[in-house]
Design a binder for this molecule. Structure first.
Ligand SMILES: Cc1cc2nc3c(=O)[nH]c(=O)nc-3n(C[C@H](O)[C@H](O)[C@H](O)COP(=O)(O)OP(=O)(O)OC[C@H]3O[C@@H](n4cnc5c(N)ncnc54)[C@H](O)[C@@H]3O)c2cc1C
Length: 228
């Protein structure tokens, strides 16, 4: 007979899965809209990384246009966008030489910034928390919960303290159920729960199939004085 594990539950208006740029921006915008409407809206974000930004691998060149819409005062609020792009070059590298290639319009980064996306997420998390968003790093959403009518009721975080053999250890702690009026899946590319709900509700039915590509980035440490 399968043992049923009792889990505690908490109720929010909105639960967001994933504290990447998408999840945090959603949480911030919801709180801004609630403030404008004079409404109390509880928003919670769960993030499987040990801290916000821990799973955000990308260094990035970003266009700040959307950030300016979301948080127009980002410059004075200390957003970690400090290095603007001053020049673009596309080079074909051989062992000893670099050949300049034309810079096509999609490689023109004038007005963009070179940033750490992890640092931006940590800063976005601070902005979200200052608006009253509750953020729980170290908690992976492991299961989608459904109402009897089939609509999404929320998520459950994973159990902790389960051994490699799947048996519970003395450290065992059951996951929590987070119930919400709306659940936002912002897990990034190919999120495990997102794929489940996409399949369950046939969300890809009348849309273009998602496409994926692999890009490779190399991080160079440049000696001081050799970069601006
Ligand atoms: C190598 C690389 C280079 C890139 N370079 C650029 C660039 O130069 N400029 C640019 O604009 N974009 C760039 N991108 C794209 C950019 O990183 C993504 O568009 C952006 O990160 C997407 O944001 P997101 O919030 O949707 O997802 P993500 O950034 O993937 O964030 C998802 C978050 O959700 C968490 N999560 C996932 N599943 C769960 C779960 N079940 N429970 C709890 N938490 C969960 C993850 O830990 C993560 O923190 C690059 C991407 C890569 C991989």
């Amino acid at each position: 007979m399968t043992e049923t594990i009792e889990r505690d539950s908490m109720q929010y208006d909105v639960v967001v899965v994933g504290a990447g740029p998408a999840g945090l921006s959603t949480a911030i915008r919801l709180k801004q809209l609630a403030q404008q409407a004079g409404r109390e809206t509880s928003v919670c974000v769960v993030e499987k990384g040990s801290e916000v930004g821990a799973h955000i691998l990308s260094g990035a060149v970003i266009d700040p246009a959307v950030l300016s819409e979301l948080l127009p005062e980002w410059k004075t609020q200390g957003a970690p966008l400090t290095r603007s792009v001053t020049a673009d070059q596309v080079l074909f590298l051989t062992q000893n030489k670099a050949y300049k290639l034309p810079v096509t319009p999609n490689f023109n980064n004038h007005g963009n910034y070179i940033i750490s996306l992890g640092a931006l997420c940590r800063w976005l998390a601070e902005q979200a928390e200052s608006l009253g968003v509750e953020i729980y790093p170290g908690f992976a959403a492991a299961e989608v919960l459904y109402h009897p009518d089939g609509s999404v009721k929320g998520i459950a975080t994973g159990n902790m303290g389960v051994g490699k053999d799947g048996e519970t250890t003395e450290m065992f702690q059951p996951g929590m159920e987070l119930w919400a009026q709306q659940t936002v899946f912002a897990e990034g590319c190919r999120g495990s729960l997102s794929q489940q709900v996409i399949q369950k509700y046939a969300l890809e039915r009348d849309s273009q199939p998602q496409t994926y590509g692999i890009g490779i980035k190399e991080i160079w440490e440049v000696p001081a004085g050799q970069c601006q």
